[in-house]
Design a protein around this ligand. Structure first.
Ligand code: SF4
Length: 144
């Protein structure tokens, strides 16, 4: 089958990656699709790959790991989160396990719109989620 054109930058781990070289089949998904969704897509695609996320921590990658398994939470160093309000929101959610938007707004003394904007920004970065236990917000990352 013809190789699809590379639509972005190649993952730095591709050279030795058994998924990239087709030695591990990812369910019934074609290798072309895997490469274009994850491997050839620049950092945005790589960060969605669980193999990549393990590789950048320096931990050993399980032999059968694929872009989808095992699920690994991104690790965030709380002291390196630039935005002070986002840092406080992450700490608050960690402290309580889950929070409503009203809790965040009240405890951090934010306006409704700005509270919504901060939460939305964290959702876009996938650092928090509101689908695991709606309407609560919970962490989607590990904080260190
Ligand atoms: S993105 Fe994932 S599957 Fe693709 S080469 Fe990198 S580690 Fe392998």
């Amino acid at each position: 089958m013809r190789e699809l054109p590379n639509i972005g930058r190649l993952c730095p781990f591709a050279k030795d990656c058994p998924v990239y070289h087709g030695r591990i089949q990812v369910e019934d998904i074609s290798l072309h699709l895997i490469k274009n969704v994850f491997c050839n897509r620049g950092e945005k695609g790589w960060m969605n790959c669980n193999r990549y996320r393990i590789a950048i921590t320096g931990d050993e990658i399980p032999a059968a790991a694929t872009p989808y398994h095992p699920k690994v939470k991104q690790k965030i160093n709380i002291d390196k989160v630039d935005n002070e309000t986002e840092r406080e929101i992450l700490k608050l959610i960690k402290q309580h396990g889950k929070c409503l938007m009203g809790d965040v707004i009240m405890k951090l003394k934010l306006g409704n719109q700005s509270g919504y904007n901060y939460l939305n920004h964290l959702l876009q970065k996938k650092w928090i989620t509101n689908t695991a236990n709606p309407p609560y917000y919970s962490l989607n990352v590990e904080l260190s």
